[in-house]
Design a protein around this ligand. Structure first.
Ligand code: AMP
Ligand code: ZN
Length: 438
């Protein structure tokens, strides 16, 4: 059996992966803050770590993986969005959690084993904060509870930044109630009209970092096999998670492997982010007629640690690759996965290599099973080309209507005649044009 090797951010190298308990492999990925539609960059961690989940299930057994991806459903941006709409925050979070699941489902992302919500684990967070206060790692000041960074001599091991860079990078306000500028919030007070919970420190709400530490402890255990997320989460989010959990657990480490995906950017631009306003959402791409599986293959076309430039060409190439793979696979039933493809995925999720090896497989049953490891070829070939044909006919009907509007009747007649040659009859009525196969 090929060994699984994963690049561990903490060790700064690829290491052989063995779970602490092969019967219960634990993985946690930091999930979405649910107040807006996911952009295609947000989909990258969901898709690449879905491939990792598929690999782990393939290796250790379908039921051996316990994969948690949290839902951040209490946050200042959620509160602001709720105020802007004049609704309860739960209206915003329920809406965008549903959208997130639908969008990721369209990309072939299997739901994780559990998706714990922050608002349903506040008791666990309060418990962990209380322990940190008792141990001398946290203190109460001005209605807030803060983690005291100098109380943890190992703070910063993941990103290995120096202290000045961390203070500057965190862009934390240097509030007067802080003992040290690097200290971060575990609990903050809520105004009476703002969402909040009773706590030993008054009515308030948790900070973001404590959410993951408390939910990992509650649902997975003190030390998990794999913790993952985007590169931007290394600091401060994961650094803070590590400090909180280690200090609350007598020095026991939070995770045995740390994985981080690189950033997706728009061709010719910086990273894609909501604050830069250069985002394209998964929903928009689907509305443009791209299939979820095409977008998934595009996201897997680069190695997950590398940057990925998103462009129309990338989508077109991915579509062409999938057409080729579907033609080769036909409607065959999956057999056994190819060992060369498994080897590529097991080598730190080398999806570009796995994709090129897929293209070399002749046997349709082997091709289907191997593609399934990447979450590809989920449909039958007939379904793939059928839906696709419909979208193309609809686009041609639109082009014909546009030609008529421009009084270019020759062009409109040419489109109709071409479709007729394919056995597709157009029927005009006052309500518009419909079509049927003859
Ligand atoms: P957020 O909802 O902004 O907290 O992001 C959710 C996840 O998406 C996190 O793991 C981020 O690291 C990741 N992420 C956000 N933007 C990008 C991007 N442009 N490329 C890749 N991953 C991203
Ligand atoms: Zn987290």
């Amino acid at each position: 059996m090929t060994a699984i090797r994963l690049h561990d951010t903490m060790a700064r190298e690829k290491r052989a992966f063995e779970p602490a308990d092969p019967k219960r492999v634990t993985m946690y990925v930091c999930g979405p803050t649910v107040y807006s539609r996911a952009h295609i960059g947000n989909a990258r961690p969901a898709v690449v770590f879905d491939v990792l989940a598929r690999l782990l299930r393939h290796r250790y057994g379908e039921d051996s993986l316990v994969y948690a991806r949290n839902v951040t459903d209490v946050d200042d941006k959620i509160i602001a969005a709720a105020e802007a709409e004049g609704v309860d925050p739960s209206v915003i979070t329920a809406r965008y959690e549903d959208f997130y699941l639908a969008d990721m489902g369209a990309l072939g992302v299997r739901p994780p084993t559990m998706a714990p919500r922050a608002t349903e684990n506040v008791g666990e967070m309060i418990g962990m904060i209380a322990r940190l206060v008792e141990a001398g790692n946290a203190y109460e000041a001005d209605g807030h509870v803060l983690f005291h960074v100098p109380s943890d001599p190992d703070y910063g091991a993941l990103g290995r930044r120096d202290r000045e860079a961390m203070i500057a990078g965190a862009r934390v306000e240097v509030a007067s109630y802080k003992r040290d500028p690097a200290d971060f919030v575990l609990w903050k007070p809520s105004e009476p009209q703002v969402i909040g919970w009773d706590s030993p420190w008054g009515r308030g709400r948790p900070g973001w970092h404590i959410e993951c530490s408390a939910m990992i402890e509650a649902h997975l255990g003190e030390t998990i096999d794999i913790h993952a997320g985007g590169l931007d989460l290394i600091f401060p989010h994961h650094e803070n998670e590590i400090a909180q959990s280690r200090c609350a657990h007598n020095g026991v480490p939070l995770a045995r492997f740390w994985l981080h995906n690189g950033f997706l950017s728009m061709a010719g631009a910086e990273k894609m982010s909501k604050s830069l306003g250069n985002v394209v959402t998964v929903a928009e791409l689907l509305e443009q007629g791209h299939k979820g599986e095409t977008l998934r293959l595009a996201l897997l076309s680069a190695h997950y640690r590398q940057p990925l430039e998103w462009s129309p060409q990338l989508i077109a190439q991915s579509k062409a690759t999938l057409d080729r793979l579907y033609r080769a696979a036909g409607d065959a039933v999956a057999g056994e996965a190819d060992s060369k493809v498994i080897e590529a995925v097991a080598d730190d999720l080398n999806t570009p290599l796995a994709l090129s090896r897929l293209s070399a497989i002749d046997d349709p049953a082997t091709l289907r099973a191997s593609a399934a490891l990447l979450g590809l070829l989920a449909e039958s070939a007939s379904a793939w080309f059928q839906g696709e044909g419909d979208a193309r006919v609809d686009a041609l009907i639109d082009a014909r209507a546009e030609a008529k509007r421009r009084k270019n009747y020759a062009e409109a007649d040419r489109i109709r005649a071409d479709l007729e040659k394919e056995g597709i009859l157009l029927e005009d009525s006052p309500a518009g044009t419909t079509w049927r196969r003859t």
